[in-house]
Design a protein around this ligand. Structure first.
Ligand SMILES: Nc1ncnc2c1ncn2[C@@H]1O[C@H](COP(=O)(O)OP(=O)(O)OP(=O)(O)O)[C@@H](O)[C@H]1O
Ligand SMILES: [Mg+2]
Length: 466
């Protein structure tokens, strides 16, 4: 790995930029020069693997100015130190920015010694941005970082702020959102920020249980209540007493259990199956669904009165395609996670690979992205991953043709990842067959390396002549 510091320079004046570039190079730094803030910001967001250690930005830029650029960088929750370069007439502004958390400012024309001194200090000392709340009002507004989780965008920070406010109350919370958007994660965050955090969080996945068992599972049963009930058995409501009960996939609940649940919420008590002794319970109820419950209420498959009881507070998890700015952070997060698990040292993805990851729409949301990164890391042989380490459907949409989808792979009962995997397998098999199993030629047509093709053949169990 390269230990040279990467310094981003945002300067529209070509001569000034060129001088800075040469000066930084001669000082042993790696400059990354941009003529405007928009391009610099794009680069910063899309290339987390090219770690930027310091940003030098001109205050008066055409288009997005230095100040707005800096605010965007802060919005990303970045701690990268920023030094402004400013003409004398905007020094006042620059001072304000330093109060907000920028590292320092330099007046133009630049004094080279002053430049080097500031860079050295910025790279060595913790910046105000590194000390939460010290100089930076912006940072104080960010309520908290949830350990080991990605919540980088302003929108997700807002959602977290809401969650911390409502977590302390006893209100029932309904978490909605597509599959894989982090509903489980959110349920844990709510519990962990509630007064009940030292008590249990008990989760019941309602879709995983046959309807006949749900009642016993939730409410418990006494000995002899049904054939096979040999002992008294507490239900999940009792198990979660004083804590939080998380009912996942609430949209799947059958009508009679819906009634029972409604009564439980109203009366704050349950009665075990086969008993007539009600038991008081004190729980905070969190429910989650990826269904549109309002729609279910409309078509009468879900009780309206229950819906209102559950939906006192609604937390809606946005799909990943609506928060694409967070993708690079998720990628970094999952690389770290799987590096640790696999004992690997992957640094990141190439520019092209990251671009492909940014372009994809993720119908399976964060879970899909996580699976992609996990797969890439498990197969990785080098420390910088490329497009060939990504599934085919991510890198080339044109290969993902209607033709390939139209065959036996279009089994809508299978999870998306498996359907996609079988499409990929089919493409590989077709291409291999076409090239009479000549792997070099097949790999060339597929636009992946031979090594990668070999892995895929092994991983997918593709056999010659099949
Ligand atoms: N903010 C986040 N930061 C890091 N990882 C996350 C975040 N949100 C979700 N994940 C990860 O993404 C995966 C899916 O999240 P989760 O299980 O919470 O989604 P879900 O909405 O409950 O999905 P489903 O509808 O399928 O139950 C998990 O492995 C989780 O750890
Ligand atoms: Mg879930």
């Amino acid at each position: 790995m390269n230990d040279t510091y990467n310094i981003m320079v945002v300067e529209d004046d070509t001569t000034a930029s060129r001088i800075l570039e040469l000066e930084l190079k001669s000082g042993g730094y790696n400059p990354r020069c941009f003529k405007n803030a928009e391009d610099a910001l794009d680069y910063f967001i899309q290339h987390p693997s090219d770690h930027i250690d310091l940003i030098l930005v001109d205050y008066g830029l055409p288009g997005m100015n230095g100040e707005d650029f800096y605010k965007k960088i802060l919005d990303l929750n970045s701690v990268t130190p920023v030094i402004f370069m400013t003409a004398l007439n905007s020094v006042k502004k620059a001072v304000q920015l330093v109060k907000m958390g920028a590292f320092s400012y330099l007046t133009k024309p630049l004094d080279i010694e002053e430049l080097h001194y500031n860079i050295k200090n910025a790279l060595e000392k913790p910046t105000p941005g590194n000390i939460p709340g010290k100089h930076s009002p912006k940072r104080q507004e960010i309520p908290f970082a949830v350990d080991n989780m990605v919540f980088n965008s302003e929108e997700m920070q807002k959602l977290l702020r809401l969650v911390t406010r409502v977590a302390a109350s006893n209100s029932n919370i309904l978490i909605t959102g597509e599959s894989g958007t982090g509903k489980d994660v959110m349920a844990h965050i709510i519990h962990d920020h509630s007064r009940r955090k030292d008590q249990k969080l008990v989760k019941v996945s309602l879709s995983a249980l046959p309807p006949t068992l749900i009642e016993v599972e939730l409410f418990g049963a006494v000995k002899g209540a049904y054939t096979g009930a040999y002992t008294n058995r507490p239900g999940k409501f009792e198990e979660a007493d004083k804590g939080t009960l998380f009912l996942d996939e609430i949209g799947e609940l059958s009508p009679d259990i819906q009634v029972k649940l409604l009564h439980t919420i109203q009366d704050r008590e349950i009665t075990r199956l086969g008993s007539n002794q009600p038991v008081n319970i004190d729980i905070r109820l969190i429910t989650a669904t990826n269904k549109d419950l309002q729609e279910s209420v409309k078509n009468k498959t879900f009780r309206e009165d229950l819906f209102y009881r559950l939906n006192v507070i609604n937390i809606n998890m946005p799909p990943l395609r609506e928060r694409k700015g967070e993708i690079p952070f998720f990628v970094g997060h999952f690389i770290k996670k799987f590096n640790q698990r696999e004992g690997k040292k992957v640094r990141g993805f190439s520019e092209d690979a990251l671009k492909a990851l940014m372009q994809h729409d993720y119908p399976g949301n964060i879970r899909e992205l996580e699976n992609i990164i996990e797969r890439a890391l498990v197969l990785a042989e080098k420390d910088l991953l490329n497009t060939e380490d990504l599934p085919l459907y991510i890198i080339s949409r044109e290969k993902f043709t209607a033709d390939a989808l139209s065959t036996q792979t279009d089994d809508s009962t299978l999870p998306l990842s498996e359907r996609l995997m079988s499409v990929e397998k089919e493409i590989l098999e077709k291409t291999l067959k076409k090239h009479k199993y000549h792997q070099t030629n097949a790999a060339r047509e597929l636009g992946i390396s031979e090594g990668c093709l070999r892995y895929k053949i092994r991983a997918m169990g593709i056999q010659k002549g099949k």
